[in-house]
Design a protein around this ligand. Structure first.
Ligand code: SF4
Length: 451
């Protein structure tokens, strides 16, 4: 039985897509390899959001080619965003690669892998390669992928509810790599969630590039509720599902109906990831984000009023073209005012074909790095103090299994998405219970199970 290995870069959407491809490969008789060196098929699911992610994937493929010396039949492929944006070009950058499959063709990967695998068996001594490149758009490709491969005791799962984005933020490559917005019908998503609940899943994370604008082109508002609020309500009804998360939303998609729903639906967790990108109005305008710092902070206030104990995290880009010291100061001010639990800070990285890549006022790398370090210092301090606030308190967690770094400990997440490590038996895996937090250290909380 041929073995496969998938290396994934990037966001949760990519994680979900990789799981989907894995499930489909297993459905056709492939089995998972523990290590990449044991695999007959290795696929890299790529990310294009930053140049570094692309360079990592290209470097990784270069290393994987070495396995061909021992395993000449090895099938190597690129999937995902970089495959979509570079297409054929990747055959030149990585000579010897067999497969380049874009973001709307994940459901075809297994057919392509089988075809190459079969040809390779038939022509084992033949060095000639006939790579397959498929980055064509395909309507409805989303609905074709909904299998879930669940590990033992797995209690949480990602659900892809929409693909693509029509927003055209000036820095972002996603509209080019993931295409225009396409949403799956509520009934189909609910059916998938029900099936997961039946198999023991308690927590679902609804995924979309701009998830809170789910369905805006396809489905009507009903009773003043947006399609996303209708979706949240429908998933909330599913018996067995105890926790609902969603990512990534856009601040402009938080209208009154969604804020009210977050306050009203107890299964929706007290955590919102709310990408702000900058605290400077001038930069937000250049980014074409559609809000000001003031409106963003108003939204933060409304969300906190609607739901007690809400944790907020965000994404911030530093060193955007034209960003002055004053703009950077405005970002730090907003970070303090919003009182985030945590933030992902990125140095601006020009992406080919995006408006920002050609903007005047590109910021020198050393300035970006200095701002990156300074902001990270501030954010890390805030994160540590948010963790410290939990010490001595009880928190509700969903236990996800053994910690990857220490088999002796179990790991779980709080309702506000903090990681908690603690000792206990396997019978706790997949259960929701309370833990007394004893310590905050590094990026996690350490606790004891309350008897
Ligand atoms: S809303 Fe998000 S995914 Fe869409 S263009 Fe802006 S940053 Fe990219």
């Amino acid at each position: 039985m041929p073995k496969y290995y998938i290396k994934t870069y990037g966001c949760q959407m990519n994680e979900r897509d990789s799981l989907q491809v894995a499930a489909m490969l297993e459905g056709r008789g492939f089995s998972a390899a523990e290590e990449e060196e044991d695999a007959d098929v290795i696929l890299i699911n790529t990310c294009s959001v930053r140049d570094m992610a692309e360079q990592k994937a290209l470097g990784k493929m270069g290393m994987l080619m070495r396995y061909r010396r021992r395993r000449p039949w090895l099938v190597l492929g690129y999937l995902g965003c970089m495959a979509q944006s570079r297409g054929e070009e990747l055959l030149q950058e990585s000579p010897g690669v067999d497969l380049v499959v874009g973001t709307q063709k994940y459901h075809r990967v297994v057919d392509y892998v089988e075809r190459i695998w079969r040809e390779r068996q038939e022509r084992l001594m033949d060095d000639e390669r006939r790579p397959i490149v498929d980055v064509e758009e395909e309507e409805g490709s989303q609905s074709a992928i909904r299998d879930h491969r669940l590990g033992p005791g797995q209690c949480s799962a990602f659900i892809s509810v929409m693909q693509g984005c029509n927003m055209r933020c000036t820095f972002c490559i996603v509209p080019f790599t993931r295409g225009k917005e396409r949403s799956r019908p509520i009934g189909e998503i609910v059916e998938e969630v029900r099936e997961l609940a039946r198999r023991g899943v308690k927590e679902v994370t609804l995924l979309g590039q701009i998830v809170n604008l789910y369905g805006r082109h396809e489905f009507p508002r009903v009773g003043g509720k947006s399609p996303f609020v209708q979706l949240l309500e429908a998933v909330h009804e599913v018996e067995g599902i105890e926790r609902i998360r969603f990512t990534s939303p856009h601040p402009i998609g938080f209208r009154e109906d969604l804020i009210e729903a977050i306050g009203r639906l107890p299964k929706v967790m007290e955590h919102v990831h709310l990408p702000v990108q900058s605290g400077s109005d001038a930069i937000l305008k250049r980014m074409r984000r559609g809000y000001t710092a003031k409106r963003y902070l108003e939204l933060v206030r409304k969300l906190r009023e609607a739901r007690a104990g809400l944790a907020l995290t965000t994404d911030i880009i530093v060193g955007y073209p034209g960003e002055t010291e004053m703009d950077f100061e405005a970002t730090k001010e907003l970070v303090r005012a919003a009182d985030f639990d945590n933030a992902f800070v990125f140095r601006y990285s020009p992406r080919r074909g995006t408006p920002a890549a050609g903007m005047y006022g590109q910021v020198p790398e050393e300035v970006k790095e200095a701002r990156n370090q300074e902001l990270l210092g501030l954010v890390n301090k805030m994160f540590r103090s948010k963790l410290e606030e939990h010490v001595g308190k009880d928190v509700e967690i969903l236990c996800e299994g053994r910690s990857k770094t220490n088999e002796q400990r179990l790991t779980g997440r709080t309702r506000t998405n903090k990681i908690v490590l603690f000792e206990g038996g396997d019978r706790l895996v997949g259960r929701i219970f309370r833990v007394r937090v004893k310590e905050a250290s590094g990026c996690a909380l350490y606790g004891e199970v309350e008897e």
